[in-house]
Design a protein around this ligand. Structure first.
Ligand code: PXP
Length: 255
């Protein structure tokens, strides 16, 4: 089994959450993005929500203009968001489900049931040479649907795995991890690039980083939270180190 390089996408949404708690400009997510890149992030991820509760339209404009690493724009599959993506042409768009009342992105996109709605949006994004990723649960149905919709990437939802870990439900956690591994393998066989993310922390990142087929992790809330105690740069460097150790440890075991 060969290991591909594992990229770290740093999600800066919650820098904007703190800024918006008081209005004004501080702390600026653009400054955080530049710092994240300096600390070793391979890309920046930002979710422009319909209600603009954290990242704003102006943030997206500045991130596209001033950050010299790929921007992964997370967004709902709506006409409004499609128009914004086509205008800014980020490196990638990750389509996520979005409910107004949710605290964070709950569950994956239903790519199978949403086929007719998603197909024309994905076609337009692909036509504009934007890489398209679908944020899905690691199920065969969703992975096959993502493939038939023509997306380039699937991002496997690690939220349930992290929740099970936090709740001490270790058998459940390990079962979800097994599903993530099977899903990553199936998606790769279908020619899809595999990313993963949601809820990852220093405690939970290792086993996901060790999945050979996963090429990118998108991590935000924990890194911004940890920055309060140790600084943003330090939290990113430590995450990068744990990812590399998990990858190196896994390949050493196979060698
Ligand atoms: N990946 C996707 C598709 C997401 O929607 C989010 C949350 O915005 C993340 C990764 C990052 O999750 P977290 O902030 O919990 O690390």
């Amino acid at each position: 089994m060969s290991y591909r390089a594992l990229r770290l996408g740093v999600n800066i949404d919650h820098v904007a959450t703190i800024r918006n708690a008081r209005g004004g400009r501080h702390p600026d997510p653009l400054r955080a993005a530049v710092m994240a890149v300096d600390a070793g992030a391979d890309g920046i991820t930002a979710h422009l929500r319909e209600d603009r509760r954290h990242i704003s339209d102006d943030d997206i404009e500045r991130l596209v203009r001033d950050v010299h690493k790929p921007l992964n724009l997370e967004m709902a599959a709506t006409e409004e968001m499609l128009e914004i993506a086509l205008r800014h042409k980020p490196h990638a768009v990750c389509l996520v489900p979005e409910k107004r009342e949710e605290i964070t992105t709950e569950g994956g996109l239903d790519a199978a049931a949403g086929h007719n709605h998603l197909a024309p949006i994905i076609r337009e994004l692909v036509g504009a040479k934007i890489r398209v990723s679908l944020f899905i649960e690691a199920s065969a149905v969703q992975i096959t649907a993502a493939r038939s919709l023509g997306s380039h990437v699937v991002e496997l939802h690690t939220g349930a795995y992290c929740d099970a870990h936090a709740e001490g439900k270790l058998e459940r956690r390990d079962e979800i991890l097994r599903q993530l591994k099977v899903g990553a393998r199936e998606a790769t066989k279908l020619g899809l690039e595999v990313h993963a993310g949601h809820g990852l922390s220093f405690e939970t990142v290792g086993p996901v980083a060790a999945i050979a087929e996963v090429t990118e992790l998108n991590i935000g809330h924990f890194l911004v939270g940890e920055a309060i105690f140790t600084g943003f740069e330090h939290s990113i460097r430590r995450m990068r180190q744990l990812m590399d150790e998990a990858r190196g440890g896994a390949s050493a075991m196979l060698a």
